[in-house]
Design a protein around this ligand. Structure first.
Ligand code: ADP
Length: 802
């Protein structure tokens, strides 16, 4: 039904219109004023308006103008109905106000009815057209929607990522082909199953929680999880994202999601991080075993579920370290390598890697393969228990030698090794090798440095001559002995820097290997001096190491010893001959000896026996001193009395022309702290020498005086004297100024040595000085005996000044 609006201020007119239009069977709306008409139009769609011209307030024209001004009503046909305003002007106004007709009363009901009917029909036609147009638009929109959906799907299919959509409740309703390929399932299967069956069990809980949270709050979903790729049954890291799409009312109508496989990217980043950390760990130890064990530890679980390091020892592979994700399985893995040692000829695994020096990658260890490889049922059981899935082995090459194999195995993680993993493992092995090499080099350098330090401190001269004959090493002792500085020798030919080296080198015995080498001794003219060197060499690949020592001093001593033998034997023979001669003479029966001669011979025997005994005593005493076995009893003694008694004894056999005198000074000479018997021997030695080495006779002056905390005892003679250069040497054992006794004065060279040692033992000192122009003065200082209360102090001081 269509609405017809009748507007008239007079109800009777409205009634009349109603009667006329009733037969049209349309809905009639009434308005008694312009305002009411406008109101009605707000509420209803109207096909045609019959409008009275004369009305109070708003007349028909004004009402029509207002209707025409409104967008929604401007096309409604208006028919003016009037009884009064029939003049042209009014008609014109009516048309210009938008009227489609102007009907004067009285009018023919039929005409009016048919006019209205025309407009009704027009309205209905228009309405029909509008509806058709709307329908068409709707259809087009639908078509568009379908197209855009298709376009979207098309886009989704073209994506390299897995694309999916889900309903507001979270159920999948679309996945792209990539999803189907990745998980090897049909569209309906995948949409029905969702992601649960392909998500890593360890990630499932978190994933479900996050997804539910997104659904509940309508916020974007973002997650990293492992999804199982059908191609190799491996779990790979994915980044999953979904955003909700909302309608105009803000309700979520769909979730658009994608899964991106970030495993390679993750692995690359992880590998980089891992290598950096590995570098730090590998560099932290100098022991290769520690290094490799650390490496195995590091690899688990980051790149393997278990890792094993085998190294070559005695030509065989031995397991050095095993690490397993599951600590309980370490024992199992060890058990495996113990029970089933690698067959060196095996066609796979560590032995193969070692033989070829090439890495091995077994991406997928199938059940059949396992059964094939297993030695027996127990073996198969152990291997199954360990859950081998994927394997890679890389060689460990240290300084160009294949030194071991590092094995990585993927088991419970579901990981499958690929080329990128192998590259990482190889890089790791390379870094481990470098670390081991560095540690070895460092150790060698350390050892070398240590050897060099040792060489610097040894007393023997050591030098190295390379195969070219160039000196490569010259230690400090070599410098000291030869007086040749290292800088002048090293880098030069041995023959150019060491006089007559080329001749000598041939005579030096060279041992082939380290060990005792026999040495040879020969003189070498160095720095204008003849030095006796004992030298030996050891040859090795890079040249020869020579060690030498300066035997010049020892040779001199050896010479002295030889001299001693002749001296001492002469010294012993002389008195022995005298005793023997005297005794023989006394024993002769054919000779009548005079009383005086008889006594003289007996005296000779007594004197010479005493001399013999003295010599033997000196030899014994010297050896006791050398061995440190001489006992010393220090006590206060009266040095003056002692000197007097020594002089008295000497006077009994003074040679003619020699005089001895004692001067004990004006003041009191303090007592000395010494062993009385030993002090007497020192005094007697010095006095004997003074007399003995004054063959032309002269005065021997003995003097005693206090000298600070010491008592000085000096013996001055006018005899042979001692050259300044020999003043200290005469105190050495067996040292004599005239060893060959060309001057005819005998002796053992022990007296002064014994004297010095005895004086030292009571913390005194002894030296010699020239006696003016002729002869020598021997000086001895012995600590004065301490007073009981101040004793300690004084002794300490005396000792400190020795
Ligand atoms: P010996 O007298 O038995 O040879 P000594 O040890 O007593 O041994 O003396 C060592 C050397 O010192 C003597 O051989 C001698 O050459 C020299 N000598 C010692 N005392 C004197 C001295 N008073 N005058 C000159 N030379 C001396």
């Amino acid at each position: 039904m269509t609405n017809i609006l009748l507007v008239d201020d007079r109800p009777e007119n409205l009634l009349a219109l109603e009667a006329i239009l009733e037969p049209l069977e349309q809905k009639l709306l009434y308005a008694h004023s312009g305002e009411e008409a406008l109101r009605q139009l707000l509420q209803h769609d109207v096909a045609v308006i019959l409008l009275d011209v004369q009305m109070p307030v708003l007349d028909g024209f004004e009402t029509a103008t207002l209707i025409k001004q409104r967008e929604r009503t401007k096309h409604i046909p208006i028919i003016f109905v009037t009884a009064i305003s029939k003049d042209e002007e009014h008609v014109f106004r009516g048309y210009s106000a938008g009227a489609v007709d102007y009907v004067f009363k009285p009018f023919s009901p039929t005409v009016l009815r048919s006019k209205v009917a025309v407009f009704i029909e027009l309205y209905e036609k228009t309405e029909q057209l509008r509806q058709q147009a709307e329908q068409l638009k709707e259809q087009e929109l639908e078509e568009l929607r379908r197209e855009s959906e298709e376009r979207y799907r098309f886009l989704a299919e073209a994506q390299p990522d897995q694309i999916w959509t889900a309903m507001p409740n979270g159920e999948l309703d679309y996945v792209n082909q990539r999803v189907l390929d990745y998980f090897d399932s049909s569209f309906s299967e995948r949409v029905a199953a969702g992601w649960t069956d392909v998500t890593h069990p360890d990630d499932l809980r978190r994933t479900l929680q996050l997804w539910q949270q997104a659904l509940d709050t309508g916020t974007p979903y973002d997650n990293e999880l492992r999804l199982r790729r059908a191609a190799d049954d491996s779990y790979r890291w994915h980044l999953t994202r979904a955003v909700p799409m909302r309608n105009r009312r803000g309700e979520i109508v769909k979730w658009f999601g994608s899964n991106t496989d970030i495993d390679d990217r993750n692995s690359a980043e992880e590998a980089q991080r891992f290598l950096v950390e590995a570098g730090a760990t590998l560099g932290s130890s100098l022991d290769y075993r520690t290094t490799l064990a650390a490496l195995a530890k590091m690899a688990v679980p980051r790149i393997a579920d278990w890792a094993r390091v085998d190294i070559v020892e005695d030509g065989k592979l031995r397991t050095l370290a095993v690490e397993h994700v599951d600590e309980r399985k370490v024992e199992l893995a060890l058990e495996l390598s113990r029970r089933y040692p690698e067959d060196p000829d095996a066609a796979q695994g560590p032995p193969l890697v070692l033989r070829t020096g090439e890495s091995e990658l077994i991406a997928e260890i199938s059940e059949e393969r396992l059964s094939e490889l297993a030695v027996d049922d127990l073996h198969l059981g152990l291997v199954r228990e360990l859950g081998f899935q994927s394997y890679m082995g890389v060689p460990l090459v240290v300084r160009g030698r294949r030194s071991g194999v590092i094995s990585f195995v993927a088991a419970e993680s579901g990981r499958r090794y690929g080329a990128a993993d192998l590259a990482l493992a190889e890089e790791l092995a390379r870094r481990a090798s470098t670390a081991i090499e560095n540690a070895q080099l460092y150790r060698e350098a350390e050892e070398r440095a240590q050897a060099a330090r040792v060489l610097e401190t040894v007393a023997d001269g050591v030098f190295l001559v390379d195969v070219e004959g160039i000196v490569r090493l010259w230690n400090r002792a070599a410098e000291a002995i030869t007086k040749l500085a290292r800088d002048d020798v090293v880098g030069r030919r041995a023959g150019d820097v060491l006089p007559a080296w080329d001749d000598l080198a041939e005579r030096v015995p060279i041992a082939g290997a380290p060990g005792p080498a026999t040495a040879t001794t020969f003189p070498l003219e160095l720095d204008g001096e003849e030095r006796w060197l004992s030298i030996s060499g050891v040859g090795f690949d890079e040249g020869t190491v020579y060690a030498f020592r300066d035997l010049t001093e020892e040779r001199a001593l050896e010479q002295i010893r030889q001299d001693l033998v002749s001296t001492v034997s002469h010294e012993l023979r002389t008195p022995l001959a005298a005793i023997y001669g005297s005794a023989l003479t006394l024993a002769r029966e054919d000779l009548e000896l005079e009383e005086a001669m008889h006594r003289k011979l007996l005296e000779v025997i007594v004197e010479e026996s005493t001399r013999l005994a003295d010599i033997i005593n000196d030899l014994l005493l010297a050896s006791q001193l050398d061995a440190g076995r001489l006992e010393v009893h220090v006590e206060p003694c009266d040095a003056v009395a002692l000197a007097a008694s020594v002089l008295d004894a000497a006077r009994t056999h003074l040679p003619a022309g020699t005089r001895v005198s004692l001067d004990s000074g004006q003041e009191d000479v303090p007592r000395v702290a010494a062993d009385e018997g030993q002090l007497r021997q020192v005094m007697a030695n010095l006095l004997d020498n003074a007399v003995k080495y004054s063959p032309a006779g002269g005065d021997v002056h003995v003097r005693l005086e206090a000298a600070g905390e010491y008592v000085r005892f000096s013996v001055a003679d006018e005899g042979l004297g001692i050259p300044v250069a020999e003043q200290s040497r005469i105190f050495e054992k067996f040292y004599r100024l005239d060893p060959d006794m060309t001057g005819g004065i005998g002796g053992t060279g022990l007296g002064l040595y014994i004297s010095r040692e005895l004086v030292r033992r009571v913390h005194g000192r002894i030296w010699v000085e020239p006696n003016g122009r002729q002869g020598s003065v021997f000086q001895v200082e012995i600590p004065a005996a301490s007073e009981p209360e101040a004793g300690q102090n004084r002794r300490k001081k005396a000792r400190a000044s020795v």
